[in-house]
Write a protein that binds this ligand. Structure first.
Ligand code: CMP
Length: 140
């Protein structure tokens, strides 16, 4: 298995509860390395652009509201089979369905306030990393 990269967001429900370190610790313990990290307040334009694939979904407006409601931490994670590894440690989108020991089972408040985002494919990981980071900001 190759070392690859994925993109992660620690969402506003987690920054509000001061869980940035606790979430990152779980990512690191899952074998992922944080090779880029920035704490930002997403603009409406950034949130709408980032989640453009969901713009026809009924929850799109609420999703954008939530993601701009407080600081987030955008990260690039590196590791063996990083996309899958990250999705495994995140757990299911809805915390009610998430397995024990996952980040969402441990911390998420709801399907919307679900603590973390992670890329769902290597192709989307590249697109999402490029959305927030220049290559020279990623230091492996
Ligand atoms: P994320 O991985 O960031 O990608 C899109 C987000 O939309 C998802 O996590 C959820 O937080 C959110 N989402 C998905 N389905 C719903 C829903 N039915 N209601 C509200 N938010 C949702």
């Amino acid at each position: 298995m190759a070392v690859t990269r994925t993109f992660s967001i620690i969402k506003p429900d987690a920054t509000r509860r001061n869980l940035t370190g606790a979430v990152t610790k779980m990512l690191e313990e899952a074998g992922l390395r944080v090779v880029a990290s920035r704490r930002i307040r997403m603009t409406r334009e950034q949130a709408e652009g980032f989640y453009a694939v969901h713009k026809e979904r009924p929850f799109f407006g609420e999703l954008v509201e939530f993601m701009t409601s407080g600081p987030v931490v955008v990260q690039v994670l590196e590791g063996v089979d990083a996309v899958k590894r990250n999705r495994d440690v995140m757990g299911a989108t809805n915390p009610a369905d998430a397995a024990e020991g996952t980040i969402r089972k441990t911390f998420a408040e709801s399907i919307e306030a679900n603590t973390v985002h992670g890329s769902d494919s290597e192709e989307n990981a590249r697109i999402e990393i490029d959305f927030f980071f220049d290559e020279d900001e990623i230091v492996g």
